[in-house]
Design a protein around this ligand. Structure first.
Ligand code: NAG
Ligand code: CU
Length: 171
C-alpha cells in the first residue's frame, strides 16, 4: 500500500522533471518579435526539442504570427496554417521544421520570418540523433531502462530524491 503510493509519487516526480526540462525560447530575445532582428541568426546555435516553447513578444495589432508552409515562408505569402493574433503568443513545438512569418503587410519581407527545426530530443548516448535502434540488437540489453537511467543520471538530485522515496516505501 505504502509502496504503491510512493511509486505513484515517484512517477509524479519523474514526470515533473521531464516537463521541467522543456525550454522556453523568447523569439528575438529582448527585441521580441518585430522588424529588425535577424531571426535566422537568432536560431543559429540553438537546439529546439519537442515540447519546448517559443514566446513571441509583440503588441496585439502591431504584429501577428502565422505558421506557414516552407514555400509560403520563402515567398512571404500570408497563407496561414496556424494563426496567433494576440501578443504575447506562446507556441509549443512539435517535431519537424516550422515556419513562422508576420502577416502584417510588408513585415515578412522586412525580415519578420522565423524557421525552426525541431528534433525529437533524447538522442541515444553515443548514437547520432534520429538513428533507429538496430533491429535484432542484443536481447539482454533492452533500450528503455538504459535511457531511463541516463535521464536519472542527468539529474542526480532527482535520483537522490527518488531514492529517498523508495526507502520511505520500504521502511
Ligand atoms: C541573417 O543572418 C544570416 C546568417 O546568420 C545571413 O545569412 C543573412 O544574410 C542575414 N540576413 C540579413 C537580412 O541580414
Ligand atoms: Cu509584423
Amino acid at each position: 500500500m505504502a509502496s504503491r503510493s510512493s511509486l505513484i509519487a515517484l512517477l509524479v516526480v519523474v514526470s515533473c522533471a521531464a516537463a521541467a526540462s522543456a525550454t522556453q525560447f523568447t523569439v528575438g530575445d529582448s527585441s521580441g518579435w518585430t522588424i529588425g532582428p535577424n531571426y535566422s541568426s537568432w536560431t543559429s546555435g540553438k537546439t529546439f526539442t519537442v515540447g519546448d516553447t517559443l514566446l513571441f513578444n509583440f503588441a496585439t495589432g502591431a504584429h501577428d504570427v502565422l505558421e506557414v508552409s516552407k514555400s509560403d515562408y520563402d515567398s512571404c505569402t500570408a497563407n496561414a496554417l496556424n494563426t496567433f493574433t494576440n501578443g504575447p503568443a506562446t507556441v509549443t513545438l512539435t517535431a519537424g521544421t516550422h515556419y513562422y512569418i508576420c502577416g502584417i503587410s510588408g513585415h515578412c519581407g522586412a525580415g519578420m520570418k522565423l524557421a525552426v527545426s525541431v528534433g525529437s530530443g533524447a538522442p541515444a548516448p553515443g548514437g547520432s540523433p534520429g538513428t533507429a535502434p538496430a533491429p535484432g540488437g542484443s536481447p539482454g540489453t533492452p533500450s528503455a531502462p538504459s535511457s531511463a537511467s541516463a535521464r536519472l543520471a542527468a539529474a542526480p538530485a532527482l535520483a537522490v530524491a527518488a531514492g529517498v522515496l523508495v526507502k520511505l516505501a520500504l521502511f
